[in-house]
Design a protein around this ligand. Structure first.
Ligand code: FAD
Length: 309
């Protein structure tokens, strides 16, 4: 892992900066590349614009590691209201949530109660609920709660991270239960005991896992296959593999983040790929933004330029 990535991921965990980083005007200017704004309505404007390009959306209100029950309740209400508003607007835009935002660190059952309510509301709206994946100590609980949820609600998917050694086993378990998977490389600072330290190994594992997702077993179980990546070589390899095994472009999808690889997003949509962009909004964006910088340390240059206006 590069030194710059390690430093940026450590900064993302700094409690003082988490609380105060968003107040720095030059950081606020720079984040606009990845976030249309802090309000739900800003997200809706962006989702409408991408819909006009044939690209659907996923929405997420930024926040994690909530330590106050009332705040977790408010987050759940926000998403319930968001699902209703999206339905009323007839927008193809699915919610994606972090369990620690629903109070997982305080009370697991309370977080599950919120999760179940959100999944039920999304399902009734003809939508789907995506569960994000956080740092490795949260993987077991995230998968346990997703398995429980799947027994009650069919429209649920979870994010899995190709950098973790354990993911192949988790992927086989999730897909065999018909749980959707959004495969990503992984955004956190993980130790070498649990994750591949070398990027080339992560990339190779991603492609191998993608092949499992497009395999007969996962497809027969009805698991939705979403590839969350901006890696254009990987995307091309996945499309080639899908074609070689007779999986049509409409049967799997790519998910990218708002503002990243915009030209490639438009090209893929024109080319018939099923594509969604994840649009993040909200006030608590500092750790999330630091992870975006860590993914491409060259982005720090944009922050520096913003410092000078
Ligand atoms: C829809 C979606 C949901 C995600 N959800 C989660 C989650 O729940 N848990 C989790 O751990 N991670 C999540 N991630 C983040 C993911 O783990 C990676 O950190 C991130 O996608 C970067 O990896 P990459 O696959 O794009 O490949 P990389 O090899 O990192 O990047 C490929 C190319 O894409 C471009 N690129 C990538 N990132 C950036 C960036 N930030 N700014 C500018 N250009 C960039 C660069 O040109 C780079 O060369 C999510 C990603 C996406 C797209």
């Amino acid at each position: 892992m590069s030194v710059a990535r390690t430093v940026l991921l450590k900064v993302s965990d700094n409690q003082w900066l988490r609380a105060n980083g968003t107040k720095l005007p030059f950081v606020r200017r720079a984040v606009a590349t990845f976030m249309p704004g802090e309000a739900f309505d800003d997200m809706v404007v962006a989702a409408r614009a991408t819909a006009a390009q044939g690209i659907q959306a996923v929405f997420t209100r930024l926040g994690e590691n909530v330590t106050d029950l009332a705040e977790a309740d408010a987050v759940a209400r926000h998403y319930l209201d968001g699902i209703d508003r999206i339905r009323a607007l007839n927008l193809a835009c699915e919610p994606s949530i972090k369990l620690t935002q629903l109070g997982l660190d305080i009370d697991r059952e309370l977080a599950f109660g919120h999760l179940r309510e959100l999944a039920g509301r999304a399902h009734a709206a003809g939508s789907y609920l995506w569960v994000d994946m956080e740092q490795s100590p949260y993987v077991d609980v995230t998968l346990d709660l997703t398995r429980r949820l799947r027994q009650e609600c069919p429209s649920v998917g979870v994010c899995l991270q190709a950098y973790l050694f354990r993911t192949r086993e988790d992927l086989e378990d999730m897909t065999s239960r018909g749980i959707g998977v959004r495969l990503v490389k992984g955004a956190y600072n993980e130790p070498a005991e649990v994750a591949f330290p070398k990027k080339s190994d992560v990339d190779a594992n991603y492609l191998a896992l993608a092949q499992v997702m497009l395999g007969a077993g996962a497809r027969a179980a009805g698991s939705r296959a979403a590839f969350g990546t901006h890696d254009l070589d990987l995307i091309a390899a996945i499309r080639r593999h899908a074609e070689s095994v007779g999986v049509a472009a409409a049967e799997y999808e790519f998910h990218m983040l708002y503002g990243i690889q915009k030209a490639a997003q438009a090209r893929l949509a024109r080319d018939g790929a099923a594509l969604r962009v994840l649009i993040a909004y909200g006030e608590y964006w500092f750790p999330w933004y630091m992870r975006r910088l860590a993914e491409r340390p060259a982005n720090v240059w944009f922050v520096v330029k913003s410092l000078f206006g």
